[in-house]
Design a protein around this ligand. Structure first.
Ligand code: HEC
Length: 171
């Protein structure tokens, strides 16, 4: 495909994705809105973590609280059994694998809670990030999460979002 054709295809895909969500109603709309809040918080977190100089711990804490408060049971309550009406991209595997689905939502809560703590502590000499498990490859235990610096936690939170989508959302 030519470069122009590729670009056009990409733009069409994006437009399709945006359109697919108009017309969502009820609990499907509620959870799309919840996911949208998480998405914006993750984008802001990524920008914050990458910014040079001292991290703004107050803002870091606020974003971590936003994620924590939309995870766990708050998130899973928006997935009542069989709620698959269009334009939902949720997969039926959510309900056949409910315990796993729930544990991923709880794990997001745990990681975000550790980030709330890390922001409150504002470590002056953060531990060496390379000593922690690699995000997307290995999981942090809760004990490790409580010791991890913000950059490591943000990477693991992001990997947690993607891993759940891979299992339970249409691509
Ligand atoms: C426990 C599993 C799980 C976790 C954890 C999770 N998601 Fe989702 N997410 C889903 C499912 C399932 C859908 C599809 C919902 C639907 O279309 O009905 C979804 C949809 C989305 C959408 C699309 C919303 C829309 O308007 O269609 C975005 C954006 C999103 N998630 C972002 C995130 C971010 C960012 C995180 C992490 C901070 C996250 N999600 C964590 C399961 C999860």
């Amino acid at each position: 495909m030519s470069r122009i054709a590729l670009l056009t295809a990409a733009v069409t895909l994006l437009a399709g994705a945006a359109l697919a969500h108009t017309g969502a109603t009820g609990v499907v709309k509620d959870r799309m809105d919840l996911m949208g809040v998480l998405d914006r918080a993750m984008k802001d977190l990524a920008t914050l973590i990458r910014a040079p100089g001292e991290t703004d711990d107050t803002r870091l804490g606020e974003l971590a609280v936003t994620i924590r408060d939309h995870a766990g049971a708050t998130m899973t309550a928006k997935f009542p059994e069989g709620s698959l009406h269009r334009p939902s991209e949720a997969l039926p595997a959510i309900w056949s694998g409910w315990a796993d689905f729930e544990s991923r939502a709880d794990r997001l809560r745990m990681l975000a809670d550790a980030l709330v703590d890390a922001a409150a502590t504002g470590e002056t000499t953060p531990p060496d990030a390379s000593t922690f498990p690699i995000a997307g490859v290995q999981r942090l235990t809760e004990e490790q999460a409580r010791e991890a610096p913000p950059s490591v936690l943000v990477a693991h939170i992001s990997a947690n979002c993607s891993a759940c989508h891979l299992e339970y959302r249409e691509d």
